[in-house]
Design a protein around this ligand. Structure first.
Ligand code: 3H9
Length: 676
């Protein structure tokens, strides 16, 4: 046999082996090979049982997502799974790594399943806006019950081999290093057992209470998404007395609806965008990286503490430096508290919390940074202060150490120029809370060396961040695009919209909160303290009255003790005052106008960022907004969303309101092009 599938005859057991790096995705050649392998086993009288296993790092990680949206080549995965299940010789799945999606469905077609203890099993299709479309929604409830099926399919998180054993999704656990031998032995054990256990022949018991509770518990998580409801409906169908064939027909119809929809296209776009973001155009992916064994962090405030935790959690020792003992104590105390909270919630083991704290050195002595491989400055945003720090670092740090600033908008080139090693300097812009938010903007200065950039991008993966390369410009990618949104939202208030209306439109769009809810959370007073006498904007007026947001229980909204917001009559008065002073007439603002002014302008800014080459590609911008600002993943990020709305419509909306439209956006619209 040629192609990714080969077979090996071990006396009376035929082992069918897939070798399709990197993740054994079930592309056409694999499906054809599997079909041929099963046929071979059935045709050979000497074969009493079969084993399906994979080479490389994992069992089948699912259907080949790159094939989606293209004409399907036979045999389809459902056909292959059916064929395995209907074989009249037992077939055993031997699982290591991750049996995901279609890979999990292949195992469910098999009559028996054996897995190594480290294996993970799951159906993450929902995260791609889909459902397990090769019989998974019908077989899982029949094997493991409705509750497990809901968890696996509608949430999409994989389960461990131990849990899968408990749920009946696997039959045996193999030795970590003896999967092949154990699977062959298992196949021999059950070679003569009849009837063969087939999932399709089992029945699932309906559990309407469990379904209702599941929907209620996950309402927030599923808000706006189409796929979870479709997964739930399929699981219910499997348990409502319908035949297996009826269930499969239902699953197919739901799968096709999702597959053709814009949400799945958006979620699949982000799957690849996230992986693409790690790639740096023009830099050899094999470039030698600098070893990062010890990290220094300057500043033990909220940012510095959160940044430190990323490295500590990844087992990389951190030296944290502050100017004053009380600030240092406060900072390390917060880190400890965070770890203890994680341990008490069971997210990490107590010994992991201890190990992380044990790897932290807290000091007031800058010289302690001398042996760090990477130093990240996380002090407040002031260019003079940063220049002084980088000058000091240049004198202290060992040659080859990477020097990074966590600035969110300052000129990284100017910071680098304060050292004699600008090639070793870049920006690492973490998002708050830095130990939680997945996004990292890696800011490439004019002189940043290729290996420095590549090292930090690779390090980002180690600390479980999604990193995007940004150029040096005010606000980089994310905050730069936030600016027009904020400016337009404030203008709309003056013209007659209310904070509630604008926030409602953004939340209905799928954002976790609107611009004014965000201001109240972040602090309306940010930037105002520099000159508290100034009252030039509605924001200034709010800050001057102590309306600093949630922290003072009043901002753009009034808050009760539980932080529940209500519209503020006082804010309405302040807005009215400003309007009167500016001789503006209040008018009705439509929701559509809010979208055009606050979201189309973001797309326009994104296009300018691309024009100026401040982002490598449009999909990087999408990744920034998904992982840094909670843009709804089912809309695929601002640039993907613009593509799906139609760029002509975006341009027309911008021009209608007199905005200067980016040349790139205009030309793409004229040629019916897309960003992604
Ligand atoms: C499905 O199964 C539908 C069926 O129910 C119904 C059919 C009818 N296809 O993530 P990594 C690529 S839907 C194609 O960096 P890791 C990935 O793009 C599928 N390509 O590795 C990357 O490429 P590159 C349900 C895939 O070790 C490379 O492999 N399954 C696929 O960090 C390495 O990936 C899923 O949703 C794929 N299915 O993580 C699972 N998967 O090197 C999706 C990966 O060019 N996959 N690639 O950038 C994953 O969650 C992770 O890849 C995995 C490994 C955990 C497996």
């Amino acid at each position: 046999m040629t192609g990714p599938i080969t077979t090996e005859l071990h006396d009376d057991v035929l082992v069918i082996i897939s070798n399709n790096p990197p993740v054994n995705a079930l592309g056409a050649a694999v499906r054809q090979g599997l079909e041929a392998g099963i046929k071979e086993g059935l045709a050979n009288d000497a074969v009493k049982a079969m084993v399906i296993r994979c080479d490389g790092r994992t069992f089948f990680a699912g259907a080949d997502i790159t094939e989606f949206g293209r004409p399907m080549q036979e045999p389809g995965l459902p056909t292959v799974v059916d064929m395995i299940e209907m074989a009249d010789k037992p077939v055993v799945a031997a699982i290591h790594g991750t049996a995901l999606g279609g890979g999990c469905e292949v195992t469910l077609g098999c009559h028996y399943r054996i897995a190594v203890p480290s294996a993970k099993i799951g159906t993450p299709e929902v995260k791609l806006g889909l459902l397990p479309g090769a019989g998974g929604t019908q077989r899982i409830p029949r094997i493991a019950g409705v509750k497990v099926a809901l968890e696996l399919t509608a949430k999409g998180d994989p389960m461990s081999a131990k849990m899968a054993l408990g749920a009946g999704l696997i039959d045996r656990v193999a030795g970590e290093d003896s999967l092949v031998a154990d699977a062959i032995a298992f196949a021999r054990d059950i070679a003569a057992a009849r009837p063969l256990p087939r999932a399709r022949e089992k029945t699932a018991k309906a559990d309407p209470e469990a379904v209702a509770a599941f929907k209620k518990d996950n309402a927030k998580r599923f808000r706006g998404f189409d796929a979870p409801a479709a997964n739930i409906a399929c699981v219910e169908k499997a348990a409502d007395g319908s035949s297996f064939e009826e269930g499969i027909a239902f699953e197919r119809a739901e799968f096709m609806k999702l597959m053709m929809g814009v949400q799945s296209a958006a979620q699949r776009h982000i799957f690849f965008a996230e992986r693409q973001a790690a790639k740096i155009d023009g830099i050899d992916p094999k470039i030698a990286l600098r070893p990062i064994k010890k990290v220094g962090v300057i500043g033990a405030g909220t940012m510095g503490g959160g940044i430190s935790m990323n490295f500590l959690s990844a087992g990389i020792p951190v030296t944290i430096v502050e100017m004053a003992q009380d600030a240092l104590d406060r900072g390390t105390g917060t880190i400890r508290k965070n770890y203890e909270a994680s341990a008490s919630k069971g997210r990490i083991k107590p010994e992991q919390a201890e190990a992380a704290m044990g790897a932290l050195t807290a000091t007031l002595d800058f010289a302690a940074l001398a042996d760090c491989d990477l130093v990240i400055e996380a002090v407040y945003e002031n260019m003079d202060v940063k220049k002084e720090i980088f000058g000091k670092l240049d004198a202290i740090c060992k040659p080859g150490a990477i020097l990074a600033s966590n600035t969110s908008y300052l000129d990284v080139n100017a910071i680098a120029a304060a050292t004699n090693r600008p090639g070793d300097v870049l920006g690492m812009h973490f998002f708050s809370p830095a130990n939680v938010m997945k996004l990292l903007e890696v800011v490439r200065g004019e002189k940043t060396s290729d290996d420095v950039l590549a090292t930090v991008m690779a390090l980002a993966k180690t600390i479980k961040k999604v990193a995007v390369v940004a150029g040096v410009c005010d606000g980089f990618i994310g905050n730069r695009m936030l600016k027009p949104r904020q400016i337009e939202a404030m203008k709309l208030l003056m013209e007659g919209a209310t904070p509630e209306q604008i926030d409602r439109v953004h939340v209905a769009f799928g954002m976790p909160m609107g611009p004014f809810q965000m201001s109240d959370l972040a602090g309306v007073d940010i930037g105002w303290h520099r000159d508290p006498t100034r009252i030039e904007s509605i924001r200034d007026a709010l800050a001057a009255e102590g309306r600093w947001g949630q922290k003072t229980q009043k901002g753009f909204y009034d808050y009760d003790e539980k932080r529940n917001p209500t519209p503020s009559p006082r804010v309405a008065e302040i807005i009215e005052d400003f309007r009167a002073k500016s001789n503006m007439q209040k008018r009705e603002i439509s929701d559509e106008e809010i979208i055009e002014k606050t979201l189309y302008t973001m797309v326009n800014e994104g296009a300018l960022i691309l024009e100026e080459k401040m982002a490598q590609r449009a999909s990087d911008i999408d990744v920034v907004w998904i992982y840094g600002y909670g843009w709804p993943i089912y809309r695929g990020g601002p640039m993907f969303w613009a593509d799906s709305e139609g760029l002509k419509k975006i341009v027309a909306g911008l021009e209608k309101h007199g905005f200067a439209v980016s040349e790139l956006l205009k030309s793409k619209a004229e040629s019916n092009g897309r960003f992604n």
